[in-house]
Ligand binder design. Structure first.
Ligand code: SF4
Length: 286
């Protein structure tokens, strides 16, 4: 079973490209600060995600605590950086998945799963899966681990944050983010293929999220250039929700993005032929 195979990687952890090499099974912690049990912040039907994930009954979201990235502007920093959440067992995680499905959610949406994937896969192996599984991650993924997720994940929803390695280093602590994320995306689009939407909800495929950063449009344009090289073409949500959260002001971010910045990003993406979603929603919001 894949859960067991993934668990073995915890012994010298290389679940993500940071490759900390710590013995998480023995209780050690690496950059992501999680050892050998699931840590969950909250779970339930969520209606704030993309319309094609929410459907009628909501996206069955599980927020996993901590993260393998250290974004200084994280919009969810209480969970990802401050570690708000509780340790649970794998059996309890399986029970959460079952309860969400019994509530009629449209999918199981795993938020920040990368560093907890052995627990998640083991829990998925304990339940009858009735809805698509969404892997909702930061984009800094190991190709070897993604290959082990074939058959477990139906929808990949990665961020693609940076095309500029210096910016990635400064703001998230990973200089190789652009190349690592692109390689991961190639595996994702190959594994789950063309986006499939039935009855208004997404069943399969890749949906990339990109959060525009104020005064950093060149980074956004570079991300769009890289996404345009992917085949089959993923869906793309160019997001306007940036707020100067967590440590952002210390790094020169004092505001959200403007409508003009958003329109420039969208125009560029459209010229590149990207399959954008949620544009009208962001324009109403800005
Ligand atoms: S999952 Fe955590 S411990 Fe493992 S390599 Fe990544 S950051 Fe390090």
């Amino acid at each position: 079973m894949r859960g067991e195979i993934l668990y073995r990687r915890l012994e010298k952890c290389d679940l993500c490209p940071r490759r900390c090499g710590v013995n998480r099974l023995g209780g050690e912690k690496g950059v992501c600060r999680v050892a050998n049990t699931p840590v969950v912040s909250s779970w339930g039907p969520h209606f704030g995600e993309e319309r094609i994930l929410v459907g009628k009954n909501g996206s069955g979201t599980v927020f996993f605590t901590h993260c393998n990235l250290k974004c200084v502007y994280c919009q969810n920093y209480e969970i990802s950086q401050l570690g708000i959440g509780e340790e649970i067992t794998v059996e309890e995680l399986a029970s959460i998945f079952s309860k969400l499905q019994d509530m009629g959610v449209e999918n199981l949406n795993l938020v920040t799963p990368t560093h907890q994937i052995p627990f998640i896969v083991k829990a998925l192996e304990m339940v009858e899966r009735k809805v698509p599984v969404v892997y909702n991650c930061g984009g800094y993924e190991s190709v070897e681990v993604l290959e082990l997720l074939e058959g477990y994940v139906d929808i990949y929803m990665p961020d693609f944050k940076y095309s500029d390695g210096e910016l990635a280093s400064e703001l998230s602590g990973v200089k190789d983010y652009p190349t690592v994320a692109l390689e991961a995306l190639k595996v994702m689009v190959k594994q789950v293929g063309e986006p499939v939407i039935e009855g208004g909800t997404m069943k399969r495929g890749v949906l990339i999220r990109h959060l525009i950063l104020p005064d950093r449009l060149e980074n956004t344009f570079g991300v769009m250039d890289l996404i345009a090289t992917l085949e089959p073409k993923p869906l793309v949500n160019v997001m306007a929700q940036f707020r100067p959260a967590y440590k952002a002001t210390l790094y020169g971010f004092q505001r959200g993005i403007t409508r003009r910045e958003y329109l420039e990003a969208v125009n560029y993406a459209e010229k590149k032929g990207l399959r954008l979603i949620e544009v009208e929603r962001w324009l109403r919001w800005l």
